[in-house]
Write a protein that binds this ligand. Structure first.
Ligand code: HEM
Length: 222
């Protein structure tokens, strides 16, 4: 590892992220297998639609636990908008969609990332609640269960497209991002561009952990 790299995430954050990500993707794939005839082969691969449903339902519990930890650890950094810089960032769409001379500096997560986090937190919770009711349909009035099917499909329609934006921006769309969720170490240049305000605040507080330098203060930024 190179000297001067900065610690952006701790191990716990990355473990939670990948548990959330993998469980969510398994849910999307197995869900598609139940939703559309043309994807029924996913069920065939798993030994039939009945086992597909088992995999989906139990992965839902895995997702529930991951989502709980994700909301608990990220809501302060990614769940609350911080004014005025977030609004300024939104007005120029973060510089992603048209040319912007100077993109306003934002904290640990930019408003786009916050919107993704909020979509996952809100619609993910909706998926868990509606899914649990659909798992035990006999315990609830049929009309309610039918409504849950509709809301479950709606939640999917929100989270699934958002995921592709996240995948793109977490990898090739914003080079240098992926290491935040693999090794946890990122370059100063990437941080300055992506999370300039956070970098400044951490430096002022003396909490920045720089590889190859003696640790000052705490390693945690929660
Ligand atoms: C499989 C492909 C995925 C990749 C490559 C990926 C990559 C990343 C990266 C690099 C970050 C850190 C970005 C930064 O610090 O600026 C991040 C954050 C995050 N990821 Fe993922 N991720 C993936 C899947 C998922 C899935 C499926 C979910 C949700 C269910 C998810 C939820 C989040 C959330 C909530 C954050 C924090 C806020 C944000 O950056 O929007 N990720 N991811």
């Amino acid at each position: 590892m190179k000297k001067g790299l900065i610690k952006a995430t701790d191990a716990f954050e990355r473990i939670v992220h990948w548990n959330l990500a993998i469980s969510c993707l398994i849910l999307c794939i197995t869900g598609l297998g139940m939703m559309f005839h043309s994807f029924n082969f996913i069920g065939t691969l798993m030994g039939g639609l009945k086992s597909l449903k088992y995999v989906h339902n139990f992965t839902g519990l895995w997702f529930l636990v991951s989502l709980y930890f994700a909301i608990r650890m990220w809501w302060k950094e990614a769940g609350v908008f911080s004014m005025p810089e977030d609004l300024e960032w939104i007005k120029v769409a973060g510089g992603y969609l048209w040319h912007v001379d100077k993109v306003p500096e934002v904290g640990k997560y930019n408003p786009g990332q916050k919107m993704f986090f909020l979509a996952v937190a809100i619609f993910g919770s909706l998926m868990v609640v509606t899914g649990l009711i659909m798992w035990f349909p006999l315990l609830f009035p049929p009309g309610l269960v039918r409504l849950m099917y509709m809301l479950h499909a709606l939640g999917f329609a929100v989270i699934f497209p958002f995921f592709f934006v996240h995948l793109y921006l977490g990898t090739i769309g914003s080079p240098g991002s992926l290491s935040a969720m693999t090794t946890g170490w990122v370059t100063r240049a990437w941080l300055k561009k992506q999370h300039g305000k956070w970098l400044k605040e951490m430096e002022e507080k003396g909490e920045l952990v720089v590889f190859g330098e003696e640790e000052k203060g705490s390693t945690s930024h929660h």
